[in-house]
Design a protein. Structure first.
Length: 339
């Protein structure tokens, strides 16, 4: 039974509407329930989400990830595309998770706003639910908070939390990476959810063509399904999710001391949106590679003999991939060099 918020309700006078919160829960219930299977115990509305791991795993290792969408939220608000940010939120967590070979189990979201608008908020949560469904991940629960006075005007923020699992013997940690292994770059959908403070500063000075704006607002690719199939059918040695810090910062994170990633910049073309940002922002190529993914959202490291098979698997998921370089022995402090 929904409790009506009276006009004289002191909480309503302070700017928090309990009735709208109840309305939101009711409107998203069906979308959330579609992400559940028999491993989820109970349903939406409780104080905690319950997930049964089951007996599938012999020596399970739980993997946790958390992230947000950053200032892409502000750009999405300005262009009435906030409903797309739900996929960004899920992707930024589960894409990190699969780099160690883990499959996502469940996801929780946190939505905080100056004022809760049930219809627009429901669209965001439904986007989260759809992304969870595509990632075979249960939307186990979440939290909405209405905080007038803390968030200015109609601003809001999103945070996400995901838990996954991997057999201990199957953890991918980069320890098996050796000199001679190949860097296979998997295409991104755009800047994903990184670099948007710089992007927004460029857009204040230069109006982007419609096609460029569409890419800048496009949701982050969801990599779990293709990557988990890749892991199952090939011997992936290591993976790097290309987020903040670009290729320059993220690839070296998975390399042992004494190994260097040699990246061939002629192996793929920077997509038009990145070239536009580089030109209008007067950004050097080295800075582009340290800030943005530049068209490569995930890097998988494999033996040369498995590259063709890996490309076919990714292509079946409608993802282009590029042989962007190889691992060599070296002592570069940065752990990466561009050719």
């Amino acid at each position: 039974m929904t409790t009506k918020t009276k006009p004289t309700d002191p909480y309503a006078k302070a700017g928090v509407n309990i009735e709208k919160g109840n309305e939101l829960v009711h409107s998203i219930k069906a979308s959330v329930n579609k992400t559940h299977d028999r491993r989820v115990l109970g349903g939406i509305g409780g104080f905690a989400g319950l997930f049964q791991l089951g007996s599938k795993y012999k020596n399970p290792v739980l993997v946790g990830c958390t992230d947000g969408v950053g200032t892409k939220v502000a750009l999405s608000q300005a262009h009435d595309k906030t409903h797309l940010t739900g996929q960004d939120l899920v992707a930024m967590c589960v894409n990190d998770m699969v780099t160690c070979g883990a499959e996502p189990l469940f996801f929780l979201d946190y939505f905080a706003a100056s004022k809760l608008e049930p219809k627009s908020t429901a669209k965001i949560v439904k986007g989260i639910a759809n992304a969870c469904k595509k990632s075979n991940c249960a939307l186990l629960g979440g939290e909405t908070a209405e905080m007038p006075g803390h968030y200015a005007k109609n601003n809001f923020d999103l945070a996400g939390f995901s838990v996954g699992v991997v057999e201990k013997e199957n953890v991918i940690d980069g320890k098996k990476i050796k000199s001679g292994h190949i860097l296979l770059g998997v295409e991104s959908s755009g800047p994903h959810s990184n670099g948007y403070s710089l992007i927004r500063s460029i857009l204040k000075k230069h109006k982007a063509p419609k096609a460029i704006m569409q890419v800048l607002l496009k949701p982050t690719h969801l990599y779990p399904a293709p990557v988990l199939e890749l892991i199952k059918k090939t011997n992936v040695k290591g993976m790097a999710h290309i987020t903040g810090g670009g290729l320059t910062e993220n690839i070296p994170r998975i390399l042992k001391k004494g190994l260097v990633a040699n990246v061939d910049l002629s192996a793929w073309k920077f997509p038009k949106a990145f070239l536009w940002l580089q030109e209008k922002g007067e950004i050097s190529t080295s800075d582009m590679l340290r800030i943005f993914n530049c068209g490569i959202g995930m890097v998988c490291i494999l033996d040369k003999k498995e590259i063709l098979k890996a490309k076919k698997i990714l292509s079946a998921h409608k993802l282009r991939s590029f042989e962007i370089g190889k691992i060599t022995k070296g002592s570069l402090q940065e752990g990466i060099q561009y050719n």
